[in-house]
Design a binder for this molecule. Structure first.
Ligand code: ZN
Length: 375
């Protein structure tokens, strides 16, 4: 394999996980899902942290139509205000996926009405761009692609294929999750079989500069979990070099990999200690929880998984023989400890809803190092 961005073959292994099931492979019947180990590499020439060999795209495509990922939106009003005076109000605008609808709706309210969100491009496969692009939207002046670039098996080709459908002086908005803080905190749930790359602002800017685009705007917006990095590019050629502190980036990646075995051992020891009080429950069944349980190899210690998403109740959690139950189950069958796989920003709301569990002596332990109640 060569680097996804710079094609260098100087790739260093950071860590290799146990084989993990695809985190959205919920099933109605017990089954043994396909598993794929995550092999995390770092390019020694451009510092890009990336996965070797993504699972096949058929395996990654969601099997349930209700499956949608919510991305942070608190910064979108500010971004829309920044974009508005720079856009041609009469030219069509394109969002690469459903995740872009909320920004384009904001722009519509600001007087830019003509937009379309494309379908089926969530995995960022470059070869799907041409077929998905409506003829009416050729030569558009704005393309928004929030949380797609990092999914792409060929990210630069993805952007090249998008540019072919834009007018010469168009604007491209690329938003990605910032994985720098996760790597510094040892937040291993950042690993996900759907993300081919793990970027920060420096590596992102450096990557796009390879295409000769001009950086107009770049901002990191703080979020409770991964921060959001928004970069806005003009399709007009640019020449301003973007600096990259290669030794800093390489040492961050190396530390993240090196410290994984100790982090996993610590989690396993904590889970073993909690289990002496009784069976362990888990609240939240999203991809972060799935990655965590399998990455840390603690699924055998879990006795109950609850989630109040009505679409998930009754389905088997990926790679386990546990059916997801509503959080009512925490009241019916008390568990002394419950791992919490929800955004730390939402913990207070969980506590309010789960008062019976807390009043019966139950305790929550977040799977996220950034939480005050981290395991
Ligand atoms: Zn590289």
């Amino acid at each position: 394999m060569s680097c996804l961005l710079c094609a260098s073959d100087s790739l260093q292994t950071l860590l290799v996980t146990a084989p993990l099931p695809i985190s959205h492979h919920f099933s109605e019947q017990p089954h043994t899902p396909e598993r794929y180990p995550l092999h995390l590499l770092q390019c020694q020439d451009c510092a890009l942290v990336q996965l070797e060999n993504l699972p096949p795209s058929q395996a990654l495509r969601p099997a349930f139509s209700w499956m949608r990922y919510l991305e942070p939106e608190s910064h979108l009003d500010e971004l829309a205000q920044w974009l508005r005076p720079r856009l041609d109000t009469t030219a069509p605008k394109v969002g690469l996926t459903y995740k872009d609808e909320s920004l384009l709706q904001r722009l519509e309210r600001l007087g830019c009405p003509d937009f379309r969100c494309l379908e089926g491009l969530e995995l960022g496969e470059p070869e799907r761009i041409d077929d998905a692009w409506p003829e009416k939207f050729e030569g558009c002046d704005l393309v928004v692609a929030r949380h797609v670039f990092e999914h792409s098996p060929d990210p630069l080709q993805l952007v090249k294929n998008i540019l072919r459908h834009m007018r010469p002086e168009g604007i491209l908005v690329l938003e990605i999750p910032d994985t720098v803080r996760s790597m510094d905190l040892g937040e291993y749930t950042t690993l996900w079989e759907e993300h081919s790359m793990y970027l920060g602002r420096a590596t992102m800017e450096h990557a796009l500069q390879r295409l000769g685009l001009q950086l107009l705007f770049s901002q990191t917006y703080p979020q409770a979990m991964e921060d959001s990095i928004v970069t806005v590019w003009s399709t007009r050629p640019g020449t301003t070099p973007v600096p990259l502190d290669l030794p800093l980036e390489l040492s961050r990646g190396a530390r993240f990999g090196r410290e994984f075995p100790a982090a996993r051992s610590r989690v396993q020891e904590r889970v073993a200690a909690l289990s002496t009080d009784g069976p362990l429950a888990v609240l939240g069944s999203g991809h972060l929880t799935c990655t965590y349980l399998h990455l840390m190899e603690i699924t055998a210690s879990v006795d109950l998984i609850v989630d109040d998403n009505p679409n998930k109740i009754g389905l088997f959690f990926p790679g386990t023989n546990l059916r997801i139950q509503s959080s009512q189950a925490l009241r019916n069958r008390p568990h002394p400890h419950c791992l919490l796989g929800v955004n730390p920003e939402n913990e207070a709301a969980v506590f309010r809803r789960q008062q019976p569990f807390l009043q019966s002596g139950g305790r929550f332990h977040s799977i996220f190092p950034s939480s005050k109640i981290h395991l």
